[in-house]
Design a binder for this molecule. Sequence first.
Ligand code: CA
Length: 361
Amino acid sequence: MTLNNKVTQLLKAVSVVAIALVSFSVNADDKVYRLTLAETWNANTPILGDASKNMAKLANEMSNGRLQIRIDSANKHKSPFGVFDMVRSGQYDLGHSSSYYWKGKVPNTLYFSSMPFGMMSTEQYAWFYRGGGMELMQEVYSPFNLLSFPGGNSDIQMGGWFKKEINSLEDLKGLKMRIPGFAGEVFARVGASPTNIAPGEMYTALERGTIDALEWVGPAFDLRMGFQNIAPFYYTAWHEPGSETQFLVNKKKWESLPADLRAILETAFRVAAFDMYVQAIDANAKAWQQMLQENPDIKVKTFPDEVMNAMRVANRELLAEMAADDEQAKRIIESQASYLKTVRAWTDISTKAYLDISDSE
Ligand code: CA
């Protein structure tokens, strides 16, 4: 056999292998990946529940049907606050929930929803995507075989419904309020008695006087609960200035997906998060208009300076304690504080200044 013949044979062999590889990869590309998602919300929960449906539809369309995502709501899986564990273990591939629900399990998950007196949604998105927030979030979740992505924002949350007006710090002493999580701890430090009550029991608790006040979300979510009919004072925001939900992903599952499908999922997460934020702003605005029409006597209030100052101090003290206790918490708290300082100087001369002069008549 001449050298030329050998080269020709070798080239033929190589091309056969190459054709085999190409046809194999075409077949691999056709493969349908069926993923499951557990959400914290009950079936047909508006806004919060729309995020996953929207994401699954986008992922399906962008992948030409290769990504099929089945969504199980809390009514089905019966474990609204078990989403973290179910996705971690692989019982579900994906989840939709909120990071601060896992505070009792992994304390540093607390920082990725919303912090009292912290960043607004727009500022926080900038922190997540451009200011190191995503990296810190993955650092917290990755030891648990999980990835976390922003999953949509509820917009600024209101300070809640109060039966009596709060005129001084004294009025907060012993005040029983449904306010869960870290904000509840801030509230306790200024003398109030925070408690957590399941959404389904909140109205009755407020009506019967088991509690004196409660916070839920904002007009879009509060309207259907009817709190405006039993508590006339609606306080403005301080404790959840931009609550972000999250898409949770089982990391092993994620790594088993082809790169293009991972990119499609990441894009679907991001678009669904943006859509939910837009939907929340629109729904809050319309629900507020409806609330005012039906209950023109709602009194919108902001806590007096004495109360706000005491809560700001309590918030700082609690953050300093958490930073002293844990090195990772310290880095997250410092990252948020330093980003807030930079971004807020801009918000002040842009958004804040503009709002005072714009014409919305
Ligand atoms: Ca809330």
